[in-house]
Write a protein that binds this ligand. Structure first.
Ligand code: BGC
Length: 724
């Protein structure tokens, strides 16, 4: 059983350092701590990545901020430093208990006199989210002079830093502290720590220009273990989370026990049991572990970046990934987190309005890469050309209009599953109105047509830029119009005061008519009557029909970007990720199984799956088609995105490694809504399972309409029961 909740590596390979930083991550939604070794520095991409704090240095991209590294620890034996990656170990184990968020490393080095061992255990407290615990134990098989150096390293890894314009470092009453102040907005990120040990040693504190370090020197007897425990606290001036209490009075064991209990509570609802396929169960629960490491708990309004809290890749920004791929898991297991994610979009409506206005549009156009306050982190030149080394003009920022629809789609998913309409009054109704107004201002009507079209867009498949009538975008726009009309009706009924306020601002009677008209006349490309195929955008079928391998063989450099003006895929039918297939998965009730199958069969071989968001969408549609065995490998790909090597590391010359929470959330969607066939019908949860042939049974819990249910599936039979 324990193996089901543990991953480990028993060899040391320098090449794995960046990947293991993601794979062995711990976190609690307030920060993520990369799975690097205690002695590592910025060279090895060490990071305590903060949620929701951003900074800009000069003209470089704005990005999230890493806190001072409170884990920093290395050892000396008889005066010589023993530290990875430079000192080759005799043995090295790294492991993660992902049921409880506990990271462990044990390293043995051979010294001229014998063997020394360093073992460190750490956790990011799920109970007190400012707290990190670290326990280090050293021993030698001979009498030896040890020195443990441990403290806070303010010289943090940054991609576009340094973000701390100022560092204040102190050591008082045994509490070491490093406070970084960001240059752009003057946000302080503070790290403090207190250490304990109960053996005889000389202890001194050393303050350098970037670190506060304790030196603990002692004579170690052969075979005896010496343990130092650290409780650290990280907080910032931008916090909405309450502080955690006194780090001097909290012991490692107490803090660990609390955190384990908090994780256990999460796992009781989160765990998905799969009988007959341990590999799938492990990959899925490991994915859910990652989602829980980055879920904004106990915060009113916050979202999750596309690379989670694994670093500054993608600028630490929030994409449509949250609303389309991650939020479902939270809606059904922890609706408070889902609400926090939605409030982030409510609170960043101002930023979305500003962006719409920048492009001459009405309403709200959400940032493609959203940072605090809805600031757009995406630049017009978001990829670097590998040949000229020049930034390439891309159109993610200005043309990926579908992001606003994702926000409304998430609001609807939340309301439909929770039955909680109060979010409308909190601002979600206005978000929908503003998104609908944005889409309305995009509509184009040809002189003799009664249909509205949307031109010059980038759909989910980013390789084809500036296309007209992208089926996905048009269908999502129609959805926004339809749902906004519906939500306004609910608002009028349930929250008349809020309705009256909006009415004054927007003249809702007039908008009703406008949105209803938009929904009715919105052009959505239909399946071709003969082939059943839906064209991804106007003219797609006229593009060269080259295979993915053929297109790949045309690359002159493996890091070359496939899309954009000169990309190898741009003039072909090869697409980056699910586009028409995503639309079919979202609107499965609008299409027959035959149409879904024909489109899956056409588009899948033409899809590069160059985004980790792609596999789960194809997998989900396979489930809807009734073909769980075709869905299975794509599900496994999605669930294993961070467990196995092979994820994409480069977009042009831009490093894009990190964790893949959208893929992880997508795996949960496939498992529950796909294989288990969960849906809501007339306000009730139903399950029409079609499990992969290996799976004998499946058990999990879901929250729905304010109640908690257990779902038990054996073969094709399922029982859903309320848990009282
Ligand atoms: C995908 C986008 C996604 C982004 C962040 C890109 O590679 O094409 O759809 O939002 O990564 O995950």
């Amino acid at each position: 059983m324990t193996d089901m909740w543990e991953i480990s590596s028993v060899e040391f390979n320098k090449d794995n350092i960046p990947w293991y930083g993601n794979k062995f991550l711990i976190g609690n939604g307030y920060f993520g701590i990369r799975g690097t070794m205690e002695e590592y520095t910025k060279e090895q991409m060490c990071a305590v990545n903060m949620a929701g704090i951003y900074d800009r240095v000069g003209d470089a991209w704005r990005e999230s901020v890493n806190a001072p590294n409170v884990l920093y620890t290395y050892i000396k034996a008889d005066g010589a430093v023993y530290a990875l990656p430079d000192t080759e170990p005799a043995e090295h184990i790294q492991s993660l208990d992902f049921r409880h968020g506990i990271h462990l490393r044990r390293t043995v080095w051979q010294t001229p006199k014998g063997k020394i061992t360093l073992e460190c255990e750490r956790f990011a407290s799920m109970e007190r989210q400012h707290i990190v615990g670290l326990r280090c134990t050293v021993s030698a098989d001979y009498d030896c002079d040890f020195e443990i150096v441990t403290g806070i390293d303010g010289d943090v890894w940054d991609i576009n830093g340094p973000h701390f314009a100022k560092l204040d470092i102190s050591c008082e009453d045994g509490v070491k502290s490093v406070v970084g102040t960001t240059g752009e907005k003057g946000v302080t990120v503070s790290a403090a720590e207190y250490i304990r040990f109960d053996f005889d040693a000389d202890k001194s504190c050393d303050i350098t220009d970037k670190a506060a370090l304790s030196h603990i020197c002692f004579r170690a007897g052969a075979g005896k273990a010496y343990t130092v425990e650290k409780i650290a606290e990280i907080y910032s001036s931008a916090d909405t989370l309450e502080r955690s209490g006194d780090i001097k009075s909290l012991t490692y064991d107490e803090a660990k026990a609390e955190s384990v209990a908090a994780w256990e509570k999460i796992q009781e609802i989160s765990e998905v049991v799969i009988e007959g396929d341990d590999e799938a169960a492990k990959a899925l629960n490991y994915s859910l572990y990652h989602l829980n490491c980055i879920a904004p708990r106990n915060m009113r309004s916050m979202s999750i970046p596309a690379r989670g809290l694994s670093g500054q890749v993608y600028k630490g920004a929030v994409f449509w990934d949250t609303e389309m791929f991650m939020i479902d898991y939270f809606i059904y297991t922890d609706p408070e987190v889902a609400k926090t994610l939605i409030r982030y979009r409510i609170d960043t409506l101002g930023g979305a309005r500003k962006k719409a206005a920048e492009y001459g549009l009405n309403g709200a156009y959400y940032a493609w890469e959203s940072q605090e306050g809805g600031i757009e982190g995406c630049s017009d030149y978001n990829v670097v050309d590998v040949f000229t080394k020049r930034p390439m003009r891309t159109h993610f920022r200005d043309k990926q209009y579908h992001v606003s629809a994702a926000v409304v789609y998430a609001i609807m998913k939340y309301i439909d599953a929770s039955g909680d309409y109060s979010i409308l009054e909190e601002g979600a109704a206005e978000v929908a109105v503003e998104c609908a107004r944005m889409y309305r201002s995009l509509l184009i009507k040809k002189a003799d047509s009664d249909k509205y079209e949307i031109h010059d867009v980038v759909g989910p498949d980013e390789y084809h830029e500036r296309v007209n009538n992208n089926a996905y975008t048009n269908r999502m726009a129609k959805f926004v119009f339809e749902k906004t009309v519906q939500l306004l009706g609910v608002l009028k009924d349930k929250y008349p005061d809020c309705y009256a306020e909006l009415d004054e601002k927007y003249e809702l009677d007039r908008l009703y008519a406008v949105f209803a008209d938009s929904a009715e006349h919105m052009y959505v490309p239909e399946p071709n009557p003969e082939t059943g195929l839906i064209e991804q955008f106007d003219g797609y079928f006229k593009l060269e029909d080259a295979s993915v391998d053929e297109v790949r063989s045309r690359l002159l450099d493996e890091k070359e970007y496939w899309g954009g003006a000169y990309g190898v895929a741009s003039d072909t039918q090869v697409l980056k990720q699910a586009d028409v297939v995503a639309m079919l998965s979202m609107f499965k009730n609008d299409y027959s199984t035959d149409i879904m199958r024909k489109n899956w069969n056409y588009y899948e071989p033409r899809t590069e799956h160059g985004s980790s968001l792609s596999a789960c969408m194809y997998s989900l549609l396979s489930c809807y088609i009734g073909d769980p065995d075709s869905a299975y490998p794509l599900f496994m790909k999605s669930a294993s995105a961070d467990l196995l090597p092979g994820s994409k590391q480069w977009a042009g010359l831009i490093y894009i490694g990190g964790t893949h929470p959208a893929s992880e959330g997508g795996a949960w969607i496939v498992a529950t809504l796909g294989f288990a066939g969960i849906s809501a019908e007339n306000g009730r949860l139903v399950s029409r399972p079609a499990l992969p042939s290996k799976w004998k049974a499946m058990r999990f819990k879901l929250r729905f309409g304010g109640k908690l249910y257990s779902v038990n599936i054996e073969g094709n039979n399922s029982v859903i029961e309320e848990i009282k």
